[in-house]
Design a protein around this ligand. Sequence first.
Ligand code: XMP
Length: 512
Amino acid sequence: TIAVLDFGSQYTQVIARRIREAHVLSRIYPYNTKASVLKKDGVKGIILSGGPSSVLLKGSPRPDKKVFEMGVPVLGICYGEQLMAHMLGGRVGKSEQREFGHGTLKVAKKGKLFAGLPKNLRVWNSHGDRLDKLPKGFEAIASTENSPYATIQDAKRDFYGMQFHPEVAHSEMGMEVLNNFLVKICKCKREWSMANYIEESVRQIRETVGDKRVILGLSGGVDSSVAAALIHKAIGKQLTCVFVDNGLLRLHEREQVEKLYGDHFDLDLRVAKKANLFLGRLKGVSDPEKKRKIIGNTFVEVFDEEVNKLKKRGNYAFLAQGTLYPDVIESVAIDGNPAALIKSHHNVGGLPKKMKLDLLEPLRALFKDEVRELGSELGLPKEVVWRQPFPGPGLGVRVMGPIRKKDLDVLRRADAILHEEMMAADLYYKVWQSFCVFLPVKTVGVMGDERTYENVVALRIVESVDAMTADWARVPYEVLRTISSRIINEVTGCNRVVLDISSKPPSTIEWE
Ligand code: XMP
């Protein structure tokens, strides 16, 4: 294992992830973890992460001094470098110029760290302090314009420090530098894989859960599906999944979930059929925020009811969630550090406390693409692992204005056609999202010899990397033509299809 001591950097999880990419097992520890604990865990190298603090500040976070006496290699990144230098007898001062963004790293001595790499590297910096004096035994092996000590080493003890961030994608050859540290310096074997991750998680889940039981709210989306599959692998029928049919699902969605999880995975699946309850409460409501609130609150209520029913039957002690690292943006709590904030998952934020259940979040350390890899490894089909995002309030925010059952049916059938045609054109997995929106606007049309007066469906097809910004996808006219004519011909209740060509911002992806 490589231990990453977390000093609150926004990049800590990225470091851990890069190590996994290099096929080496990594674990993140709180910054003040005792050296004895690390020793017991058989740690082969230690990385001190960056962090928002300054070693010049009193009370700034420090590692156990003994980590420098363990006889294992240490790599300090940014704040980690300054810490190491400071604690080993060097001097850190304020830099005249804060260094942010790209800089050129000039390598003077390659050593093991830069072995096989070019002499000049474009690297990514983000720091205010800089080293003024090296500790005993150290030498500078690379510099930037701003800092003569951009990379330092004590080759005897295998201590290394760098001011730049090798873990971020903007650092040229950053991955190779980390690789050198892992393989040439820590002598790690590159044999870790997602299969190991599953093994390790399964062990941890079993250990945590013991003979108790776990409840998971299954939405059918990527995250909850992968969490379900992983936990199921670990504890089988000790896991119960609750799927709520809120009447706002897509065509055949509930049946698909029942088939895949109930039949194929043989999971203990409970389906709460609550369409009437949700649609009843939504009757006549057209304000988007009110709709979201009603749907959210009703979900909590229904889920709570299911939990209570289950609790009467068995020792349910855990609520599992498919929370991913980007949902968490979590950091160690460091005194006075405003960056140490914890964001709870927006969909189920209010649930656990009231239910008196402990949280089980086996995907917390992973990024989305890793979760997908994990899902495939667990045998989930591509349609689940690579499915497009779908909002919690479902079709409730895709029928504009008050929600009526017959309009939902029109939307569902149109949406299924769009899905089919996106698949057929090999575009479904290439765009971020493709869905239909139901407009409560009626327009005149003509079908055969008859005049029609029916509703409009809008196509929303966007490209995006993170949903923060998005652009409408340039879908070929021929594909659009097929989609439009199929919807108008096959879906009674819709006689006009329009295309949404708005980007985000200023528009949003969803219409409500
Ligand atoms: P907007 O419409 O804000 O959507 O551009 C950004 C992304 O978030 C999804 N979305 C939601 N996801 N619960 C969710 O889990 C919600 O209430 C919700 N609202 C929007 C949307 O589909 C898009 O991918």
